[in-house]
Write a protein that binds this ligand. Structure first.
Ligand SMILES: [Zn+2]
Ligand SMILES: [Zn+2]
Length: 290
């Protein structure tokens, strides 16, 4: 799977950075997290809008959602027929319905909007997305993307030695065990170890919060500010706080995003390395493969 950073700026775009949007490419499917203004232009030559099956919005500050009408209009011009699922926090239905009433977008497909609460799960065939409440002064959610664990491959030689053949494989797979000559054989006995699915946590904009997931492969965290004075009374995290969260949940890798243009990448990177070594400062068009 690939994580593509389409926009990494805080609040307003710069020459180098677009507004918040992250695309997760998973086996030909794309799940979009936030859709800041101009996200559709940022994805040109990287992602086909037709591949986007669902969208998860963290909150309704303009810098995270103003790319939606344009993107949906492009999808319509491309004669999309498949439904698009949009998930977000409280008031998502209200805001999006008003959005679509504010112009002639000619949408050619169903847009299915669902509001999520803390710890809701949206189940897909091979992965799920779980929401968690964040602290941003408006209704807001972060998301855990988790690829489901898969069983290891059959160790055929071992299975055959134990007398398993033909349709018994399917039965063993279905029931997790099979009886042969009075002996119980479990699936684990004749398969490689389970393949643990990859996991990604995206906080969106937030003050530090408890994240209900440990040991994720990748934590993408708000790191708008370098210090408390600059943050003032806004609901964002500092670089240090993002790193502390990464340590707390034992994240394997940390990407800092929603970068304020007042700092250089060097300054942010240097601050981060004091607290969490495996940190990268996000840049537009950066791709992380997991
Ligand atoms: Zn923002
Ligand atoms: Zn915000």
């Amino acid at each position: 799977m690939k994580v593509v950073f389409l926009g990494t700026a805080a609040s307003k775009p710069t020459k180098e950075r677009g507004l918040s949007s992250i695309a997760l490419q998973y086996k030909g499917n794309v799940v979009l997290f936030d859709c800041g203004e101009n996200a559709q232009r940022q994805m040109l030559s990287i992602i086909k809008p037709s591949k986007i099956s669902s969208m998860f919005l963290t909150h309704f500050h303009g810098d995270h959602i103003l790319g939606i009408p344009g993107l949906l209009m492009t999808m319509s011009l491309n004669e999309r027929k498949e439904p698009l699922y949009i998930y977000g926090p409280k008031k998502t239905i209200y805001f999006l319905k008003n959005f679509f009433k504010s112009g002639y977008f000619g949408i050619t497909f169903d847009v299915i909007i669902k509001e999520l609460k803390d710890k809701d799960i949206v189940d897909f065939k091979e992965f799920y997305v779980r929401s968690f409440e964040t602290n941003h002064g408006v209704p807001s959610l972060g998301y855990v993307f988790k690829e489901k664990d898969r069983r290891g491959s059959f160790i055929e030689e071992k299975a055959k030695k134990l007398g398993i053949k033909g349709r018994m494989f399917a039965e063993l797979e279905k029931n997790g065990e099979i009886y042969l000559g009075g002996r119980k054989i479990t699936l684990e006995e004749v398969t490689d170890p389970k393949k643990i699915g990859k996991s990604i946590v995206y906080t969106g904009d937030t003050l530090p919060v408890d994240i209900p997931f440990e040991e994720c492969d990748l934590l993408i965290h708000d790191a708008t500010f370098l210090n408390d004075q600059d943050r003032n009374d806004t609901y964002h995290s500092t670089v240090k706080e993002a790193c502390e969260t990464a340590v707390k949940i034992k994240a394997k890798k940390l990407v800092l995003t929603h970068i304020s243009q007042r700092y250089s990448i060097g300054e942010i990177q240097e601050e981060a390395w004091k607290y969490f070594e495996n940190t990268i400062v996000a840049e537009d068009f950066m791709v992380i493969e997991l």
